[in-house]
Design a protein around this ligand. Structure first.
Ligand code: SF4
Length: 298
Protein backbone atom coordinates (compact mmCIF):
# COMPACT_ATOMS: atom_id res chain seq x y z
CA UNK A 1 0.00 0.00 0.00
CA UNK A 2 1.23 3.50 -0.80
CA UNK A 3 2.46 5.62 2.16
CA UNK A 4 0.07 8.41 1.19
CA UNK A 5 -2.92 6.10 1.58
CA UNK A 6 -1.78 5.11 5.09
CA UNK A 7 -1.46 8.80 6.00
CA UNK A 8 -4.98 9.41 4.74
CA UNK A 9 -6.23 6.54 6.92
CA UNK A 10 -4.39 7.99 9.94
CA UNK A 11 -5.86 11.39 9.27
CA UNK A 12 -9.39 10.14 8.86
CA UNK A 13 -10.89 10.38 12.35
CA UNK A 14 -14.49 10.19 11.30
CA UNK A 15 -16.76 9.53 14.30
CA UNK A 16 -19.26 7.79 12.05
CA UNK A 17 -19.33 4.11 11.34
CA UNK A 18 -22.19 2.44 9.52
CA UNK A 19 -25.36 3.38 11.44
CA UNK A 20 -23.64 3.56 14.85
CA UNK A 21 -24.37 6.42 17.19
CA UNK A 22 -21.56 6.01 19.74
CA UNK A 23 -18.92 3.51 18.59
CA UNK A 24 -16.49 4.16 15.74
CA UNK A 25 -13.15 2.73 14.53
CA UNK A 26 -9.99 4.78 14.00
CA UNK A 27 -6.63 3.70 12.67
CA UNK A 28 -4.31 5.32 15.18
CA UNK A 29 -0.94 6.79 14.26
CA UNK A 30 0.08 6.75 17.94
CA UNK A 31 -0.75 3.13 18.64
CA UNK A 32 -0.06 1.79 15.13
CA UNK A 33 -3.26 -0.19 15.31
CA UNK A 34 -7.00 0.04 15.55
CA UNK A 35 -8.50 2.17 18.29
CA UNK A 36 -12.20 1.87 18.95
CA UNK A 37 -13.62 5.27 19.86
CA UNK A 38 -16.58 5.73 22.16
CA UNK A 39 -18.16 9.06 21.34
CA UNK A 40 -20.30 10.04 24.32
CA UNK A 41 -20.95 13.45 22.79
CA UNK A 42 -22.71 12.90 19.49
CA UNK A 43 -24.52 16.12 20.45
CA UNK A 44 -21.03 17.82 20.32
CA UNK A 45 -21.28 19.09 23.93
CA UNK A 46 -18.03 20.30 25.41
CA UNK A 47 -17.05 22.72 28.17
CA UNK A 48 -14.05 23.82 26.08
CA UNK A 49 -14.14 25.47 22.69
CA UNK A 50 -10.54 24.90 21.64
CA UNK A 51 -9.42 26.98 18.70
CA UNK A 52 -7.87 23.84 17.18
CA UNK A 53 -10.98 21.66 17.55
CA UNK A 54 -12.13 19.86 14.43
CA UNK A 55 -15.74 19.55 15.63
CA UNK A 56 -18.26 21.90 14.10
CA UNK A 57 -20.63 22.88 16.92
CA UNK A 58 -22.91 25.02 14.80
CA UNK A 59 -25.43 22.15 14.69
CA UNK A 60 -25.48 21.67 18.49
CA UNK A 61 -28.83 20.22 19.58
CA UNK A 62 -29.93 20.66 23.18
CA UNK A 63 -32.69 18.14 22.54
CA UNK A 64 -30.26 15.25 22.02
CA UNK A 65 -31.58 12.09 23.74
CA UNK A 66 -28.28 11.50 25.57
CA UNK A 67 -26.18 8.40 26.07
CA UNK A 68 -27.72 4.93 26.06
CA UNK A 69 -25.21 2.51 27.69
CA UNK A 70 -27.04 -0.49 26.27
CA UNK A 71 -26.70 0.85 22.74
CA UNK A 72 -22.97 1.45 23.37
CA UNK A 73 -22.71 -2.21 24.43
CA UNK A 74 -24.49 -3.45 21.31
CA UNK A 75 -22.48 -1.29 18.91
CA UNK A 76 -19.17 -2.31 20.49
CA UNK A 77 -20.19 -5.94 20.37
CA UNK A 78 -21.01 -5.73 16.65
CA UNK A 79 -17.76 -3.98 15.80
CA UNK A 80 -15.64 -6.45 17.76
CA UNK A 81 -17.44 -9.32 16.09
CA UNK A 82 -16.65 -7.85 12.65
CA UNK A 83 -12.99 -7.31 13.59
CA UNK A 84 -12.73 -10.88 14.90
CA UNK A 85 -14.35 -12.37 11.80
CA UNK A 86 -12.22 -10.27 9.44
CA UNK A 87 -15.27 -8.65 7.82
CA UNK A 88 -14.19 -5.28 9.21
CA UNK A 89 -10.93 -5.33 7.21
CA UNK A 90 -12.85 -5.75 3.98
CA UNK A 91 -14.88 -2.57 4.57
CA UNK A 92 -13.85 0.75 3.07
CA UNK A 93 -11.59 2.55 3.98
CA UNK A 94 -10.07 -0.02 6.33
CA UNK A 95 -9.59 -2.51 3.49
CA UNK A 96 -6.49 -0.38 2.68
CA UNK A 97 -4.92 -1.06 6.09
CA UNK A 98 -1.47 -2.71 5.88
CA UNK A 99 -1.43 -6.13 7.55
CA UNK A 100 1.00 -4.99 10.28
CA UNK A 101 -1.54 -2.43 11.49
CA UNK A 102 -4.47 -4.86 11.53
CA UNK A 103 -4.43 -5.22 15.28
CA UNK A 104 -6.83 -4.06 17.92
CA UNK A 105 -5.08 -1.72 20.35
CA UNK A 106 -7.53 -0.04 22.67
CA UNK A 107 -10.95 1.36 23.38
CA UNK A 108 -10.91 5.12 23.95
CA UNK A 109 -13.47 7.55 25.31
CA UNK A 110 -12.96 10.24 22.75
CA UNK A 111 -15.36 11.93 20.43
CA UNK A 112 -17.08 15.16 19.58
CA UNK A 113 -16.86 16.66 23.07
CA UNK A 114 -15.69 16.10 26.64
CA UNK A 115 -16.63 12.50 27.64
CA UNK A 116 -16.70 13.18 31.40
CA UNK A 117 -19.70 15.46 30.90
CA UNK A 118 -21.70 12.23 30.58
CA UNK A 119 -23.02 11.26 34.01
CA UNK A 120 -23.62 7.71 32.81
CA UNK A 121 -19.89 7.23 32.24
CA UNK A 122 -19.49 4.58 35.00
CA UNK A 123 -22.36 2.53 33.54
CA UNK A 124 -20.92 2.80 30.04
CA UNK A 125 -17.55 1.68 31.41
CA UNK A 126 -19.20 -1.36 32.95
CA UNK A 127 -20.97 -2.20 29.67
CA UNK A 128 -17.61 -2.10 27.85
CA UNK A 129 -16.18 -4.50 30.43
CA UNK A 130 -19.21 -6.77 29.92
CA UNK A 131 -18.36 -6.95 26.21
CA UNK A 132 -14.70 -7.63 26.97
CA UNK A 133 -15.80 -10.47 29.21
CA UNK A 134 -18.05 -11.88 26.50
CA UNK A 135 -15.16 -11.82 23.99
CA UNK A 136 -12.65 -13.12 26.55
CA UNK A 137 -10.62 -9.93 26.17
CA UNK A 138 -8.43 -9.56 29.25
CA UNK A 139 -5.76 -7.02 28.58
CA UNK A 140 -7.08 -4.35 26.24
CA UNK A 141 -6.60 -0.78 27.38
CA UNK A 142 -9.51 1.55 27.99
CA UNK A 143 -8.32 5.13 27.60
CA UNK A 144 -10.13 8.17 28.95
CA UNK A 145 -9.12 11.19 26.88
CA UNK A 146 -10.18 14.22 28.85
CA UNK A 147 -9.68 17.95 29.28
CA UNK A 148 -9.37 17.27 33.05
CA UNK A 149 -12.03 19.81 34.05
CA UNK A 150 -14.34 17.26 35.68
CA UNK A 151 -11.93 14.71 37.11
CA UNK A 152 -13.02 15.73 40.63
CA UNK A 153 -16.68 14.80 40.06
CA UNK A 154 -18.00 11.65 41.83
CA UNK A 155 -19.17 9.93 38.61
CA UNK A 156 -15.72 10.46 37.08
CA UNK A 157 -13.89 9.27 40.20
CA UNK A 158 -16.04 6.13 40.13
CA UNK A 159 -15.08 5.60 36.47
CA UNK A 160 -11.39 6.11 37.18
CA UNK A 161 -11.51 3.53 39.97
CA UNK A 162 -13.14 1.09 37.56
CA UNK A 163 -10.48 1.83 34.93
CA UNK A 164 -7.72 1.29 37.52
CA UNK A 165 -8.96 -2.28 37.96
CA UNK A 166 -9.06 -2.95 34.19
CA UNK A 167 -5.98 -1.65 32.33
CA UNK A 168 -7.38 1.87 32.19
CA UNK A 169 -5.39 4.96 31.30
CA UNK A 170 -6.08 8.67 31.69
CA UNK A 171 -4.80 11.03 29.01
CA UNK A 172 -5.28 14.57 30.32
CA UNK A 173 -5.05 17.75 28.29
CA UNK A 174 -2.66 20.54 29.32
CA UNK A 175 -2.27 23.12 26.57
CA UNK A 176 -0.85 26.10 28.43
CA UNK A 177 1.29 27.41 31.24
CA UNK A 178 -0.64 30.58 32.00
CA UNK A 179 -4.30 31.30 32.63
CA UNK A 180 -4.25 33.88 29.84
CA UNK A 181 -2.95 31.54 27.15
CA UNK A 182 -5.18 28.70 28.39
CA UNK A 183 -8.24 30.92 27.97
CA UNK A 184 -7.08 32.05 24.55
CA UNK A 185 -6.48 28.52 23.19
CA UNK A 186 -9.05 26.39 25.05
CA UNK A 187 -11.70 29.16 25.28
CA UNK A 188 -13.44 28.06 28.45
CA UNK A 189 -14.78 29.55 31.67
CA UNK A 190 -13.38 26.69 33.77
CA UNK A 191 -10.53 28.09 35.92
CA UNK A 192 -7.05 26.92 34.89
CA UNK A 193 -6.33 26.16 38.54
CA UNK A 194 -9.05 23.52 38.56
CA UNK A 195 -7.47 21.75 35.56
CA UNK A 196 -4.06 21.78 37.23
CA UNK A 197 -5.38 20.52 40.58
CA UNK A 198 -7.43 17.80 38.89
CA UNK A 199 -4.39 16.60 36.95
CA UNK A 200 -2.34 16.65 40.15
CA UNK A 201 -4.81 14.66 42.26
CA UNK A 202 -5.60 12.19 39.48
CA UNK A 203 -1.90 11.65 38.78
CA UNK A 204 -1.21 11.02 42.44
CA UNK A 205 -3.58 8.06 42.33
CA UNK A 206 -2.27 6.41 39.15
CA UNK A 207 0.26 7.14 36.36
CA UNK A 208 -1.21 9.42 33.72
CA UNK A 209 -0.39 10.72 30.25
CA UNK A 210 -0.40 14.45 29.55
CA UNK A 211 -1.45 15.56 26.07
CA UNK A 212 -0.36 19.04 25.03
CA UNK A 213 -1.30 20.73 21.77
CA UNK A 214 1.04 23.37 20.33
CA UNK A 215 -0.19 25.46 17.42
CA UNK A 216 0.29 28.69 15.56
CA UNK A 217 -2.74 30.80 16.33
CA UNK A 218 -3.24 33.86 14.16
CA UNK A 219 0.20 33.20 12.72
CA UNK A 220 1.99 33.04 16.07
CA UNK A 221 3.50 30.01 17.82
CA UNK A 222 3.35 30.03 21.64
CA UNK A 223 5.78 32.73 22.89
CA UNK A 224 8.94 31.58 24.74
CA UNK A 225 7.52 32.90 28.04
CA UNK A 226 4.48 30.67 27.60
CA UNK A 227 6.63 27.60 26.94
CA UNK A 228 8.64 28.43 30.09
CA UNK A 229 5.43 28.71 32.13
CA UNK A 230 4.17 25.41 30.67
CA UNK A 231 7.41 23.65 31.64
CA UNK A 232 7.11 25.09 35.16
CA UNK A 233 3.59 23.64 35.44
CA UNK A 234 4.87 20.20 34.43
CA UNK A 235 7.70 20.54 36.95
CA UNK A 236 5.23 21.58 39.67
CA UNK A 237 3.04 18.56 38.92
CA UNK A 238 6.03 16.23 38.95
CA UNK A 239 7.52 17.74 42.14
CA UNK A 240 4.19 17.38 43.92
CA UNK A 241 3.74 13.68 43.29
CA UNK A 242 1.84 13.59 40.00
CA UNK A 243 3.01 10.44 38.23
CA UNK A 244 3.37 11.58 34.62
CA UNK A 245 4.14 8.50 32.57
CA UNK A 246 4.48 10.38 29.29
CA UNK A 247 3.92 13.83 27.82
CA UNK A 248 2.58 13.74 24.27
CA UNK A 249 3.44 16.99 22.53
CA UNK A 250 1.50 17.26 19.34
CA UNK A 251 0.23 19.71 16.78
CA UNK A 252 -2.74 19.88 14.47
CA UNK A 253 -2.95 16.98 12.05
CA UNK A 254 -6.47 17.52 10.73
CA UNK A 255 -8.48 20.47 9.44
CA UNK A 256 -9.79 22.71 12.22
CA UNK A 257 -13.00 24.70 12.36
CA UNK A 258 -11.03 27.95 12.95
CA UNK A 259 -9.13 28.71 9.79
CA UNK A 260 -6.35 30.68 11.53
CA UNK A 261 -4.86 27.59 13.19
CA UNK A 262 -1.70 26.09 11.72
CA UNK A 263 0.72 23.43 12.98
CA UNK A 264 3.97 24.45 14.62
CA UNK A 265 7.11 23.29 12.86
CA UNK A 266 8.74 19.95 13.64
CA UNK A 267 11.72 21.87 15.09
CA UNK A 268 9.49 23.81 17.50
CA UNK A 269 7.83 20.63 18.68
CA UNK A 270 11.14 18.79 19.03
CA UNK A 271 12.68 21.62 21.05
CA UNK A 272 9.68 21.58 23.45
CA UNK A 273 10.06 17.82 23.83
CA UNK A 274 13.78 18.26 24.59
CA UNK A 275 12.94 20.76 27.32
CA UNK A 276 10.35 18.41 28.82
CA UNK A 277 12.93 15.62 28.91
CA UNK A 278 15.36 17.97 30.65
CA UNK A 279 12.99 18.21 33.60
CA UNK A 280 13.09 14.42 33.88
CA UNK A 281 9.85 13.46 32.14
CA UNK A 282 9.40 11.10 29.24
CA UNK A 283 8.03 12.91 26.21
CA UNK A 284 7.12 12.14 22.64
CA UNK A 285 6.45 14.52 19.76
CA UNK A 286 3.68 14.01 17.23
CA UNK A 287 4.40 16.39 14.33
CA UNK A 288 1.95 17.20 11.58
CA UNK A 289 1.93 14.58 8.79
CA UNK A 290 4.52 15.31 6.10
CA UNK A 291 1.80 15.76 3.47
CA UNK A 292 -0.27 18.13 5.65
CA UNK A 293 -1.49 20.77 3.16
CA UNK A 294 -0.60 23.69 5.44
CA UNK A 295 2.08 26.35 5.59
CA UNK A 296 4.81 24.70 7.72
CA UNK A 297 7.40 27.45 7.48
CA UNK A 298 7.42 28.77 11.06
S1 SF4 B 1 -11.76 19.62 24.58
FE1 SF4 B 1 -11.62 18.36 22.74
S2 SF4 B 1 -13.74 18.24 21.93
FE2 SF4 B 1 -13.67 19.93 23.43
S3 SF4 B 1 -13.31 21.74 22.18
FE3 SF4 B 1 -11.30 21.00 22.89
S4 SF4 B 1 -10.55 19.66 21.24
FE4 SF4 B 1 -12.76 19.97 20.91
Amino acid sequence: MKTGQVHLLFRSHSRHWESNRFVYPVLSRRSQGLSIGINLNPDTRCNFDCVYCSVDRSAYKDSDPGVDPELVRMELRELLRDVRSGRFWTSHPFDHTPSLLRRLNDVAFSGNGEPTICRRLPVVCQRILDVFHEFSIQDMKIILITNATLLHKPHVIETLECLDRHHGEVWAKLDAGTELYYRMIDRTRVPFERVLNNILYTGRQRPIVIQSMFIRWNGQPPPPSEIEAYLQRLKWLNDNGCRIRLVQAYTVARPTVCDTVLPVSDQTLDSIVDRIRQIGLDAQSYPAPADQPMDRSV
